[in-house]
Ligand binder design. Structure first.
Ligand SMILES: [Zn+2]
Ligand SMILES: [Zn+2]
Length: 637
């Protein structure tokens, strides 16, 4: 007997080949009806025999495309409409699109084969992709996800690409960025100081690879922004890059030609290797095996990734060095460059040449950084491959915008109970990062069509944060301040859906505004999300000379912690050899002006680092603690 049902599939199901998958599945089970991209995910209407439908539903879950993440499948019986055959309908647009947009995905194995197949029409084409791989979030200008709403809108498809795009049985069916050498964008290479101006992709890539071999620095346009690349095994090139980028010591990320090369660089556990090879293709931090001067001074780990765009594979195939430094193209602490005119402006003095792809980038997305820890993968920086993933489901119907804190900022938008977290934005005391923060927030609100008057805006309790000031610009929204460390505990509970659990939560951190106006960072709370979190304990309070400035000078932080001890020896002598700043800080403490109290775990680590011999100012956040970790790893057990 013929029956019918509607099926709603939620999660990351658009732009990942889901509709053609449904089409093939329905055909295989001789079912009639239609499928379309709705704004809450994929909607399916199905008519046919009951056992066929059961088989369809089973395979829908079991065989979904690799890039899809299904969060829910809802099935409702309906009356049959009398369809004969199964069709893919065009997207429907409604009041608010809440379908999750897919993150950008690394080149898939089948596209990689085509890339190096001389008989393939897309042989050596740097913008090759299919529904299993390629850019998504970085090219989307609006929802629903269709070519007209991407940065590929300017390149009309030729007959070949159009045929594949419209063929439900093709791997490129509705692959929005589909293109080929005949109809799509290409790459160019320019470098004023070297008098380079190459307009064809092949020649541009060849010359860029040669420049890298010769020790040059090349700016390479990628998925979510520009990288600065150089030969990681060439100490002079790496030092030159550090000098031009004003980045003294912070570790550089590496791109290894292939997995074997990555294994030679770092110790890779099987879990770390699968992160490296995943469709997200992040930078994976792992214990260093190789020594590469100036790449990651004083660090026991290296950050390594594999090539994830056709261009990267082509660069290595053209003879680029097998390990490249691939660092975000910017001067220290600025956001990554992603606009071409801006890149030429800002990177002209940093790079010897610019390898520029013609496809525009809709929004900047940096490489993600992950580490495989004892509790599983830990995302240290959320970016390409993970953003804008849904990180939690919340029992709220109202839209909530959470603006984050000023350091290592990300923003989160909750729409229809799903929490979407943005890519890493940066430190908001930098002008460009603050601008990127506002852009990203507006971008999120526009993408999900959220109105200001229905929005709850949540911000850090710090009265002087830029994110707090920005919250005040939402005049028509309700606003709420949340204490920094309670937010840390609550987000861990939200990830686990533990709405009713009563917990002891320990938040060990650098800096956050406390209830009493002092600097918190080593806090113990008891409670839960619904009942609130009561502070029941904290690290012993220490005085901090100069407040936040002490975060840059471990010796200055040490002065406050050591001030509590009687009979302190003269630490400016050997074996400690503290610089004069230490005694200056102690005098400030004695005068009791510009002295703040803190319970920060980060400053406690800094004090320990100073006593162990880290006497210089830090040049990036977390440096002293990383240094201690590195010393500890090398210590005899
Ligand atoms: Zn592919
Ligand atoms: Zn084409």
């Amino acid at each position: 007997m013929t029956s019918a049902c509607t099926i709603r599939v939620r999660g990351v199901v658009q732009g990942v080949g889901f509709r053609p998958f449904v089409y093939r599945l329905a055909r295989a089970n001789t079912l009639a009806g239609w499928v379309l991209n709705g704004d809450e995910g994929v909607e399916i209407h199905l008519e046919g025999e009951g056992d066929r439908m059961a088989a369809f539903l089973h395979e829908l879950r079991a065989d979904a495309p690799a890039a899809a993440t299904i969060t829910a499948i809802e099935v409702d019986p309906v009356e049959p409409d009398g369809h004969d055959g199964f069709v893919i309908r065009s997207s429907r647009e409604r009041a608010r699109p809440t379908a999750a947009i897919s993150p950008d995905l690394a080149l898939c194995a089948r596209c990689l084969e085509e890339l190096f197949d001389p008989a393939d029409p897309r042989h050596r084409y740097p913008y090759l992709n299919c529904t299993d791989c390629g850019p998504r979030f970085s090219i989307v200008r609006g929802l629903p996800y269709d070519r007209a709403a991407t940065t590929m809108a300017a390149w009309p498809m030729d007959a070949r690409c159009a045929a594949e795009y419209h063929d439900p049985l093709s791997r490129r069916f509705h692959a929005q960025p589909v293109a080929c050498p005949e109809c799509g964008p290409g790459y160019t290479l320019s470098g004023a100081s070297l008098d380079i101006d190459i307009r064809t992709s092949d020649a541009a890539i060849e010359r860029a690879a040669a420049l890298l071999r010769e020790g040059g620095i090349v700016a390479v346009k990628g998925i979510g922004g520009y990288h600065l690349a150089c030969d990681a095994r060439d100490p002079a090139a790496v030092l030159r890059l550090r000098g031009r980028k004003y980045r003294k010591e912070k570790p550089f990320a590496l791109m290894a030609r292939d997995l074997a090369t990555a294994h030679a660089l770092v110790v890779l556990a099987p879990e770390a290797e699968s992160l490296l090879r995943s469709a997200a293709a992040p930078i994976v931090l792992a214990a260093a095996r190789a020594t590469l001067p100036h790449v990651a001074p004083d660090a026991g780990e290296l950050g390594v990734m594999l090539p994830y765009t056709p261009l990267h594979h082509l660069l290595f195939a053209a003879g680029a060095p097998d390990v490249l430094v691939m660092t975000s193209a910017n001067r220290s602490s600025e956001p990554i460059a992603c606009d071409d005119a801006d890149a030429r402006d800002r990177l002209g003095g940093l790079a010897d040449a610019l390898l520029v792809g013609e496809r525009p980038i809709a929004r900047r997305v940096e490489d993600s950084v992950v580490r495989h820890g004892s509790l599983g993968p830990v995302i240290l920086r959320r970016g390409r491959g993970y953003a804008p993933g849904a990180v939690a489901a919340l029992p709220v119907s109202r839209p909530v915008l959470a603006l984050g804190a000023d350091l290592k900022n990300t923003v989160t938008l909750v729409v229809d109970g799903q929490a979407f977290t943005s890519q890493h934005i940066g430190d908001l005391d930098h002008f460009d990062a603050a601008r990127a923060f506002e852009e990203t927030t507006r971008d999120f609100l526009a993408m999900y069509a959220v109105r200001e008057d229905e929005l709850l805006v949540v911000h850090d309790a710090h009265p002087q944060y830029r994110s707090t000031a920005f919250a005040d610009t939402f005049g028509r929204s309700e606003r709420m301040a949340v204490q920094h460390h309670r937010a840390h505990i609550a987000s861990v509970l939200a990830e686990r859906g533990a709405w009713d659990d009563r917990v002891l939560g320990i938040s060990l951190d650098g800096t956050g505004w406390g209830d009493n106006g002092s600097i918190w960072g080593g806090e113990f709370f008891v409670g839960g999300i619904r009942t609130g979190l009561e502070r029941v304990g904290h690290l012993r309070t220490a005085a901090l000379a100069g407040g936040d400035a002490a975060a840059r000078h471990p010796v200055q932080a040490a002065a406050g912690f050591l001030d509590q001890l009687d009979d302190l020896p003269d630490l400016t002598r050997e074996p400690f050899g503290f610089p004069p700043l230490f005694d200056q800080a102690r005098r400030v403490l004695g005068r009791r002006t510009r002295v703040f109290s803190t319970t920060s775990a980060g400053r406690l680590f800094d004090a320990a680092a100073a006593l162990l011999g880290f006497l210089r100012p830090i040049s990036f956040e977390g440096q002293a603690a990383m240094w201690v970790e590195h010393q500890a790893c090398g210590a005899p057990v």
